[in-house]
Design a protein around this ligand. Structure first.
Ligand SMILES: NC(=O)c1ccc[n+]([C@@H]2O[C@H](COP(=O)([O-])OP(=O)(O)OC[C@H]3O[C@@H](n4cnc5c(N)ncnc54)[C@H](O)[C@@H]3O)[C@@H](O)[C@H]2O)c1
Length: 277
C-alpha cells in the first residue's frame, strides 16, 4: 500500500498547472490535502481534499490553512518574469508567511524554486547544487530569496525544507533548451512524494529535471530523499534540437528567454562572476 503522510499536506498554487497535476496524483495516492490558491480550483476535488481561496499576501489566512499540517508544498505565486512590484507581494511576503506557518506547525516546506535562480550561467557550464546564484530577473531573484529563506529557517528554527530547482515541467518537450531542462510530470510527482515522505532532510537543493543527456546540472541532495528521475527528454532530440530562438542572449544562457528580457549589456555577461586572481 502507498505510504501516506502522518499529517495533512497544504498545497499552495493548487489551481496552477503543476498544482492541478499534483492534486490529481496525490489525491489518487490517498493523501489528505488542504488546497489553496487566489483563483478557484477548476477540477473536481479528490476525496480527502478541501480548497480555500486565499491570497499568499494574507498572513493570517496562511497560518490558519497550515494548522495541523506536516508539510507545505509551496507552488503558489508569480510563476513568470514580471515587474518587481508584482513579484514582491506573492513571492517575497507570501514566502515569509509560508515559512512562519511552517515554523509554528513544525512543518516541512517543499519549495517550487526555479532554474531562473541560476539563469545567467552559460549553457556550456555543468552546475552543482552549490553553484552561485545568478538570477536572470525579478522572478528568479524571488526564488533565490526563497531558497535562502529556507537556509535561515533551518539554521535558526530547525524548519526542514527542500528546494526543487525546477527546469521546465510541462507535458511535452517544446524546444531545444527544454531538451536539457525538461521535468516530466511523472518525475515531478515522484519527487514531491519523496520530498514529503523522506524521514529527515535538513535543508536541500534538488535539480528538478528528468534524466536528460543534454542536461546542465549535476550534484544535488536527491540521494537523501531517495529520488531518481525515470523519464528523459532524449526521445525528442531529433524533433526539437533545431528548434532554437535565434536570439543570441537567449541561446547563450541557461535561463533562456528570461535572460534576454530587457537585457541591456553591450558585451555578454562574464562567464565567471568572480574571476580567479
Ligand atoms: N512549470 C514549470 O516548468 C516551473 C519551472 C520552475 C518553477 N516553477 C514554479 O512552480 C510553481 C508552479 O508553477 P506553475 O507552472 O504551475 O505556475 P502557475 O502560474 O500555473 O501556478 C501558480 C499558481 O499560483 C497562484 N497565485 C499567484 N499569485 C497568488 C497569490 N498572491 N496568492 C495565492 N496564489 C497565487 C496562481 O493563481 C496560480 O494558480 C511556481 O511557483 C513556479 O514558479 C514552475
Amino acid at each position: 500500500m502507498a505510504e501516506i503522510p502522518a499529517r495533512p499536506v497544504l498545497l499552495t498554487g493548487a489551481s496552477g498547472a503543476l498544482g492541478r497535476m499534483l492534486v490529481k496524483g496525490l489525491g489518487e495516492a490517498g493523501w489528505t490535502l488542504r488546497l489553496t490558491d487566489i483563483v478557484p480550483f477548476p477540477d473536481p476535488l479528490p476525496r480527502g481534499a478541501s480548497f480555500t481561496r486565499a491570497d499568499l499576501v494574507d498572513g493570517m489566512a496562511i497560518l490558519r490553512l497550515a494548522e495541523g499540517c506536516g508539510t507545505i508544498l509551496h507552488f503558489g505565486g508569480v510563476s513568470v518574469e514580471r515587474p518587481f512590484s508584482e513579484v514582491l507581494g506573492p513571492n517575497i511576503q507570501g514566502l515569509y508567511h509560508v515559512y512562519e506557518a511552517a515554523r509554528r506547525e513544525r512543518a516541512r516546506v517543499v519549495f517550487a524554486s526555479s532554474n531562473h535562480t541560476i539563469g545567467f550561467h552559460e549553457r556550456s557550464e555543468k552546475l552543482d547544487q552549490d553553484c552561485q546564484f545568478r538570477p536572470d530577473g525579478y522572478y528568479g531573484l524571488s526564488k533565490a530569496y526563497g531558497e535562502l529563506m529556507g537556509r535561515l529557517y533551518w539554521d535558526k528554527h530547525g524548519v526542514e525544507n527542500i528546494n526543487l530547482r525546477i527546469g521546465g515541467s510541462r507535458p511535452k518537450v517544446d524546444n531545444a533548451r527544454t531538451l536539457a531542462i525538461w521535468l516530466s510530470y511523472a518525475d515531478l510527482l515522484r519527487l514531491v512524494i519523496r520530498a514529503t515522505l523522506a524521514p529527515s532532510v535538513g535543508t536541500l537543493v534538488i535539480w528538478g529535471a528528468s534524466n536528460n543527456s543534454r542536461g546542465f546540472w549535476g550534484r544535488d541532495g536527491r540521494a537523501v530523499i531517495g529520488w531518481q528521475p525515470q523519464d528523459s527528454a532524449d526521445p525528442f532530440i531529433s524533433e526539437q534540437a533545431r528548434n532554437v530562438s535565434g536570439n543570441p542572449v537567449e541561446e547563450r544562457y541557461q535561463g533562456g528567454p528570461y535572460a534576454a528580457i530587457e537585457y541591456s549589456r553591450r558585451e555578454p555577461s562574464p562567464k565567471a562572476l568572480f574571476p580567479a586572481g
